[in-house]
Design a protein around this ligand. Structure first.
Ligand SMILES: Cc1ncc(COP(=O)(O)O)c(C=O)c1O
Length: 482
């Protein structure tokens, strides 16, 4: 159905306010409107000034998108005139069908899932070598590699004697069920636990299994972009829910969504802890069979200031919660292991989906990890890292206050591996991050994690992976950049 001038901007949904990503998103969405015939041949688009103002982006963003589409043959653009669509969507799709899998511009024609995933992908500011204070990491230099190597060796030596076949190894499922029950108050049998290559794989699996195109999904705003991307790619309408001091707010005025994604242990990125009362409220408002909750406990092992609040999953008596965890933070990001505790009613379905999507972790590594956990090495490592990360968090907070107290206001998280420092003046965290990265300090702009509306500007700083001397040096470098 062709659309009017005023509707064009309403059909475009730009998900993050960062320069490069916006051009890609805008180009891809305009291309989609042309390809589906909603903007027909001969149709003049709004001027770059008007579209930029309607979408709340810079004029350059729109100009770059127009130039790209003109280069691809979708638009004719001449200076001082509104660009005109040069292709008829229906005709183009027929032609593309006739020549095979490519579109007329010679690019592979993508499934809706892949096209949406491209829109949702986010540019990273991290490049090349790891630098302080990159967020999202535990300290892999402190990982007990010798102990782990012994577990791996034994697992390999015993491989010939093991039962072939189970995708989720029983020893590891049992070890994890015990660890999660005693440390995180998760209530699950070993059969509910699926071992996956990452937490991200768990989110993809959940999205593929319970989210249909058009479903409403709530995510935290600002939040973890990997979750928003997984649900957006499944065709969901992803809505960012604002935070308060306890993380995601309850939204009693809105109709209950299909799924709510949250990080209640330490909200990503702010680190805020959701109280027991708020967790219970969310559960009370999520009707069994209507709304699923995904609890992403990506760094829940690291609490410093208080006793951990029980996992939402363990409070749920109706099997509405998916509990997601990862070993990327608790051990080392290279280990590539995560897990999902599935609601009982979905175990069979998820089991089939896991096999067909091939989201299977190596049996050798699963067996090695089972031994690492049952021999007490995992808990010993966590205890040591908790002490170390606690001291590093305090050190980073002190250094930021001493050297940058006038510029940054630090939100001290009760746990986790990173913190947010807001800019006291100005609203240009992207520019600040560029300067910091060029000077050798890796951070992420808080505004790049906004889901819907613009959020505060600030920087996300990792503390867990960095020694106190590295933290001090990085903060001095930061101070020279402000
Ligand atoms: C909130 C959150 N969830 C999930 C993940 C992904 O973990 P994994 O590396 O296991 O995919 C991350 C990674 O940074 C994260 O920050």
């Amino acid at each position: 159905m062709p659309v009017s001038d005023t509707t064009i901007s309403a059909l475009i949904e730009l998900r993050r306010p960062d320069g490069e990503g916006l051009v890609v998103q805008l180009t891809s969405q305009l291309r989609g409107l042309i390809a589906t015939g909603r903007l027909g041949k001969g149709r003049a688009l709004p001027s770059s000034r008007r579209l930029a103002s309607d979408l709340g982006v810079s004029r350059n963003t729109v100009t770059y998108a127009f130039e790209q589409l003109a280069a691809e043959g979708y638009l004719e653009a001449s200076p001082g005139r509104r660009p005109v669509v040069t292709i008829d969507g229906g005709e183009r799709i027929e032609q593309a069908g006739a020549v095979g899998a490519d579109d007329r511009a010679g690019r592979p024609r993508l499934s809706p899932w892949a096209a949406k995933l491209q829109q949702a992908d986010w540019p990273t500011s991290y490049q090349g070598q790891l630098k302080p204070l990159r967020p999202g990491l535990g300290d892999f230099r402190e990982f007990p590699n010798e102990v782990w190597a012994r577990c791996l060796r034994r697992s390999a030596v015993h491989a010939g004697r093991r039962e072939l076949g189970p995708v989720n190894r029983r020893r590891l499922r049992e070890a994890l069920a015990h660890y999660l029950a005693t440390s995180r108050d998760v209530r699950a049998t070993a059969d509910q636990i699926m071992i996956l290559p990452s937490a991200q794989a768990a989110l993809t699996l959940i999205a593929a299994t319970v989210v249909s195109p058009g479903d409403e999904v709530w995510v935290e705003d600002p939040g973890y972009p990997g979750a928003a991307a997984a649900f957006h790619a499944s065709g969901a309408r992803v809505t960012g829910i604002r935070l308060d001091g306890q993380g995601m707010q309850r939204m009693p005025g809105l109709a209950a969504p299909r799924l709510i994604f949250m990080t209640p242990s330490h909200q990503h990125p702010t680190g805020r802890l959701m109280s027991l009362a708020r967790r219970t409220e969310f559960l009370g408002a999520s009707r069994p069979g209507k709304t699923w909750i995904v609890e992403d406990d990506y760094d829940g092992e690291f609490h410093y200031d208080s006793r951990p609040v029980p996992a939402l999953q363990g409070l749920d008596a109706h099997g509405r919660v998916f509990y997601v965890g990862t070993f990327s933070k608790a051990m080392t990001s290279d280990i590539r292991l995560g897990y999902l505790v599935a609601p009982t009613a979905l175990v069979g379905t998820l089991d089939i989906a896991q096999r067909h999507m091939g989201l299977i972790a190596s049996s050798h590594i699963q067996e090695a990890l089972a031994e690492f956990i049952t021999d007490g090495n995992f808990l010993a490592h966590l205890r040591r890292m908790r002490r170390l990360y606690h001291a590093r968090r305090d050190h980073l907070v002190e250094e930021l206050e001493r050297h940058l107290g006038g510029m940054l206001s630090v939100e001290v998280p009760p746990g986790g591996i990173q913190l947010v420092a807001r800019l006291k003046r100005g609203r240009a965290d992207q520019a600040v991050v560029k300067r910091l990265v060029a000077a050798g300090v890796e951070t992420r702009a808080l505004s790049s994690l906004a889901v819907g509306r613009p959020c505060d500007h600030g920087v996300l700083l990792g503390f867990a992976a960095w020694r106190e001397s590295e933290i001090s040096a990085a903060v001095r470098t930061m101070a020279s950049c402000f």
